[in-house]
Design a protein around this ligand. Structure first.
Ligand code: FIX
Ligand code: ZN
Length: 447
């Protein structure tokens, strides 16, 4: 399949501009300029546009059915999401070691009992499960999981996937694809069929940050590389990236980076980034997504739930944007303290696109603060959110919450504009929502 076809889901219908009742005119066929909305009308127009617009989910950990067991869905997976596992250990006497020794179904039951039966599910992640159950008409206050399990068991994944994406108002999702993951490698090498609603991303964490391990894997696959990056190693890493570009047709390359990330830096990571990844991104015209500020395995006993966050020195980002003007950078920072700086840098460098409220920031209070700041400093030239969903049905609650949080923010933004004497029409709101949640990403990815 060619690049154009692969990109086709991004070319979703331009803003839907049909008139709503309060905008209809009795012009008798004559065309009038779009109706300027009053302060009262702005809220319902924002509400309606957000509710009816399709979004691109530009960073997830979801997979289409062809990836088999890699694609997580259903009640047991929802309950064993690592956000909930971390919360579970705050309430339960069970040790992580005891928990990990249980089969998945028993882990899910322990989490349901502790976080949903014995305590009120008021955190963002627990409310998410409630919202998903409720969206499918399943009981939210049951003492066990029988009904939920029966429901998900009766679904076929091929029908369930598009249904869930439609329920979430998401036209397509972007995956996270690591060619150095054994299971994922097998899927791609078996010639997995592209799915029209799932875009690939070439994820480079292992390659960039753990070179002492994957170099031998690459060597075993016929690439002339060594642990010191000597000889032809860099050229061979570029050949590896080129082969995976051809195989995956990714929409960007991506890496998550620690709070201690520095650039330039005389390290293996710095050298691979500078001499292999950045040139390859230019060669294939792909943006590089840098997710900065994760502190991996602060508490290894919690496994995936054991990562933390730290404030990063964003001069590394400044150096990247300044010295590589022909590269495009999609950037999310994990520390709340780095958000304002990120906006300042985006005002300096138009090869920088801030995106999402990542992970520990994806809570309404923090999303609200960050999104207001971004609108005030960048207008609509950023990407407000991605879901980071790991379990399919999470897109339902994550995108619902995003729409809910965005409604008052956009309403106030347009009311302020109207107060300042500006004219706001429904068409303006549609154009802006489309930019924020679709075309800013689509244009950036396919420029
Ligand atoms: O690195 C990432 O892409 C992170 O989003 C994940 O590793 C993290 O575990 C997560 O699920 C955050 O939402
Ligand atoms: Zn992620």
């Amino acid at each position: 399949m060619g690049q154009d076809a692969w990109f086709s889901p991004f070319r979703i219908a331009p803003t839907n501009v049909e008139a709503k009742p309060f905008e209809q005119s009795d012009s008798g066929g004559q065309s009038h300029p779009p109706l300027t909305l009053t302060a009262d009308q702005i809220q319902s127009a924002v509400n309606d546009v957000l509710a009816t617009s399709q979004f691109i989910d530009m960073h997830t950990h979801l997979y289409p059915p062809a990836f088999g067991k890699m694609g997580l869905w259903g009640i047991d997976q929802l309950l064993t999401y690592h956000y909930l596992e971390a919360e579970f250990f705050r309430y339960s006497e069970m040790t992580p070691e005891q928990y990990w020794s249980l089969p998945k179904a028993a882990q899910a039951e322990a989490i349901w009992q502790t976080l949903f039966v014995e305590n009120s599910p008021v955190s963002e992640a627990t409310r998410g499960v409630i919202a998903v159950l409720s969206a499918f008409g399943l009981p939210t206050g049951a003492s066990g999981l029988t009904e939920g399990r029966a429901f998900f068991k009766s679904q076929t994944v091929e029908e369930h996937v598009p249904k869930v994406l439609a329920m979430a108002g998401v036209s397509s999702v972007v995956m996270t694809n690591d060619p150095l993951d054994a299971e994922e490698w097998k899927c791609w090498m078996n010639g997995v069929e592209p799915h029209p609603q799932f875009q690939a991303v070439l994820r480079l964490d292992r390659l960039l940050r753990e070179w002492s391990q994957p170099w031998a894997l690459l060597a075993g696959q016929g690439y002339a590389v060594d642990d010191q990056l000597s000889g032809k190693s860099i050229a061979e890493i570029r050949r590896f990236l080129s082969n995976w570009f051809e195989r995956m047709r990714p929409v960007y390359m991506a890496v998550s980076l620690p709070d201690s990330f520095q650039f330039p830096e005389d390290t293996v990571c710095g050298k691979i980034l500078r001499e292999a990844v950045l040139p390859s991104c230019r060669e294939f015209n792909l943006p590089l997504s840098a997710m900065i500020g994760v502190r991996r395995q602060v508490n290894p006993r919690l496994r995936l739930g054991g990562d933390g966050a730290g404030r990063a020195d964003l001069r590394a980002l400044e150096n990247l944007c300044l010295n590589y003007p022909d590269n495009r950078f999609l950037v999310s920072v994990l520390s709340r303290e780095n958000q304002h700086e990120l906006c300042v840098y985006a005002r300096k460098f138009n090869n920088l696109m801030p995106f999402g409220c990542w992970w520990f920031l994806n809570n309404p209070s923090v999303v609200e603060e960050i999104t207001r700041e971004r609108i005030e400093m960048l207008g609509t030239s950023f990407i407000p959110q991605h879901s980071d969903a790991r379990v399919l049905e999470q897109v339902i609650y994550k995108w619902r919450n995003t729409r809910h949080t965005l409604t008052p923010i956009l309403t106030e933004t347009y009311r302020s504009l109207a107060r300042d004497g500006g004219k706001v029409t429904r068409q303006d709101i549609q154009r802006d929502v489309h930019r924020l949640f679709c075309s800013n990403f689509a244009h950036w990815a396919s420029r």
